[in-house]
Write a protein that binds this ligand. Sequence first.
Ligand code: DLL
Length: 432
Amino acid sequence: MIWAKEETLTRQEIEEIQFTRLKATLKRIYDKVPAYRNKMEQAGVTCDDIRSLDDLRKLPFTVKQDMRDNYPYGMFTVPKKELIRIHASSGTTGKPTVVGYTKNDMAMWTECVSRIACMGGASDEDVAQISFGYGMFTGALGLHYGLENIGASVVPASCGNTQKQIMYMQDFGATLLVATPSYALHIAEVAKDMGIDPSKDLNVKIGLFGGEGMTEPMREEMHRLWGSDMKATQNYGMSELVGPGVSGECLELCGMHVNEDHFIPEIINPDTGQVLDPGEKGELVISCITKEALPLIRYRTGDITRLFYETCKCGRTTVRMENLSGRSDDMLIIRGVNVFPSQIEEVLLQVKEIGAHYEIIVDRKDYLDIMEIKVELCDETLLDSYAKLGELEKKIKFNLRTVLGLDAMIKLVAPRSLKRFEGKARRVTDLR
Ligand code: DLL
């Protein structure tokens, strides 16, 4: 089901809406946020210089550091009194990034998530278990409001206590699961330990996954564990932009539809800042054109993707972003070669003897970068055969070398011996 008529507008209609909203937002930020006004002045651009959507590229970028420099409320365009919700995303260093919502922002957020839930096949028939951590993370409450809005029965299970999660699913008849893809795989493993086969004994037919990437082999793994008839889609968002609700996959699985009447996406070359053509891969930059409290303009997400403007078979005309290849800042440079963890994951998950969990450790020895990858075997009995282990190790190394052009040390470990995550998985340790 298509939730809103704004998902099917013509390009001309959508661009008219975008331009009007951009102009209004820009004026508000210019008037209300000194930090942004200074940036525009430094760039030598005024609101009047923006005469068409193409002029967007004249505006300066906003980056995470701007949020840090103006912590906590300096980038907000409304007085604190107008906020009805505050979230924060934990940074790896120092203070978190604070985001806030007015009443209208909450309505807009709910609307965007409702569309994404419908794209993934959700409806008012569903019992939706939310297994994202409730709290400062935007994922849980974002999906919560959107799913309630479309009439689904929401079970706010939060993450952790996985056995209890499975009991809720069974007893309350969950038909839809919201989780990070890595946690969804873990839930299925724990269910199997409890003697429950998720594909037969549970009734979860829709997976709305997000917060981290789901590569195609991971989606296949999801189907293997949860059943081939599960509609497993992913959706994308970021706290600074709104949380979940920026874009989501429809059931055609050909990229994530952006809610373009609220967000204008661009792709830039991360090194030069130059705007790239449709179809070219680079860093995603988003302008929020309907937010009241925190309408970031040309925010550099750090996420790497490309945009497709062709109409989708589902009938939506909104631009689609390819599932992310990674973040520009989680790209590893190993002996000069650019490597995204998602590339490694794609290779690993195509090897049937190993499971979906892995760890990448990068270090430097004698001035040389080295990469070790720990991968879990599916079948413990393989550990008894040196010959078979050696063969498997060789095969994984060969596949990785073919794709990455790099050698890696492979360490095969027992099933279920690597760390599991209830939220976003952290798979890379860079010791250099
Ligand atoms: O992860 C918002 C969200 C929650 C989106 C739940 C979807 C579902 P942050 O915690 O601020 O916000 O993290 C944002 O997570 O820049 C991406 O690098 C990554 N990310 C989010 N969704 C995806 C996805 C939420 N579908 C950062 N694929 C983003 C790949 C994703 N990466």
